[in-house]
Design a protein around this ligand. Structure first.
Ligand SMILES: [Zn+2]
Ligand SMILES: [Zn+2]
Length: 249
C-alpha cells in the first residue's frame, strides 16, 4: 500500500474568484513541487477546465481528477469528483439543465476564463458560476453518487456556504463520502467537530484560489495500491484495506 498526498479541492482561472496564476501548467508544477500525487480540479459549478489541467499533467505521474464544487439551491457547497472529465461534464450538463442564467459581471466578480493545457484562452463562461443551482443538496449528492462519483461536503467548519452553517449538523448516515474541514481547523476543533457530526471520514484540502494557497499542510494522505480513481473511491469507503489517514490524527 502506498501513501499518496492529495489535494482534492482547487479552483482555476475559470472560477471568477480564482487568481490569474491558476493556469493549467502552473497548477501542475506547484502540485509536483509540494509532493502532491492526486489533484482534483473543482471549479464552482463547472468542470470545463479540468481536462486542461489533466492534459498539462501528462507524463508527470500526477493524477488529475475532474470535479466540480457545486453550490446547491440552499447555497451549500460540496465537492463532486468523477472517473473521467467526460463524466464530470455529463454531471455538469445535468446540473445545468435548469441552472439560473444570470450573467457574470467580470468587473464585479472577476473573469471566468476557459483555457487549454498551455493556458491558451479558449473563451469566457458568460453565466455567473458562483450562484446556487436549482437542485437541493440532497438531490445533488444522490445524483453524483448514483453516477459513481465521490462526494464530500466542502469546508463544513466555515460560517458561509457550508452544510452545517445553513442546515445544521450532518445527519447520521448522510450519503456523502467525507466531510472537509478547512486547513485552518486545529486538532481540537476537528475533534470537537467530530463529536457533533460523528461517523464521517474527514479530509483537508487547500480550496486554493491562488497558487500560494496550495500548501503541503492543506492536503490529505490516502493509502492506496495504485494511483487511480477506483482506488481513491475504495479509500473513501474504507474498503479493501484502502483508507484515509486522519489529517488531524
Ligand atoms: Zn466552497
Ligand atoms: Zn472551493
Amino acid at each position: 500500500m502506498k501513501q499518496v498526498r492529495a489535494d482534492l479541492h482547487i479552483h482555476t482561472v475559470l472560477s471568477p474568484c480564482g487568481e490569474l496564476d491558476m493556469g493549467a501548467p502552473d497548477i501542475v508544477e506547484r502540485a509536483l513541487d509540494l509532493g502532491i500525487g492526486i489533484l482534483a480540479v473543482t471549479d464552482h459549478n463547472t468542470a470545463k477546465n479540468a481536462d486542461a489541467v489533466k492534459k498539462a499533467a501528462r507524463g508527470t505521474g500526477l493524477l488529475v481528477i475532474a470535479g466540480l464544487e457545486i453550490q446547491s439551491a440552499e447555497d451549500v457547497h460540496a465537492v463532486t469528483l468523477f472517473r473521467t472529465p467526460e463524466e464530470a461534464l455529463d454531471f455538469e450538463a445535468w446540473l445545468w439543465e435548469d441552472f439560473p442564467r444570470i450573467l457574470n459581471r467580470p468587473d464585479l466578480f472577476g473573469p471566468q476564463i476557459l483555457i487549454d493545457e498551455q493556458n491558451r484562452i479558449l473563451g469566457e463562461e458568460p453565466v455567473l458560476l458562483v450562484q446556487g443551482a436549482r437542485h437541493g443538496i440532497d438531490a445533488i449528492v444522490r445524483e453524483a453518487r448514483h453516477r459513481g462519483g465521490i462526494c464530500f461536503l466542502s469546508h463544513v467548519d466555515r460560517e458561509a456556504f457550508s452544510y452545517t452553517a445553513i442546515l445544521g449538523p450532518v445527519p447520521a448516515g448522510y450519503p456523502v463520502d467525507a466531510l472537509e474541514l478547512t486547513c485552518r481547523a486545529t486538532k481540537e476543533a476537528a475533534a470537537s467537530f467530530c463529536r457533533s457530526n460523528p461517523g464521517f471520514p474527514l479530509v483537508r484540502n487547500s480550496d486554493a484560489h491562488g497558487l500560494d494557497q496550495m500548501e503541503t499542510r492543506c492536503t490529505t494522505v490516502f493509502c492506496l495500491e495504485e494511483l487511480d480513481f477506483s482506488e481513491l473511491l475504495l479509500a473513501f469507503r474504507g474498503e479493501g484495506g484502502r483508507g484515509i489517514l486522519d489529517p488531524w490524527g
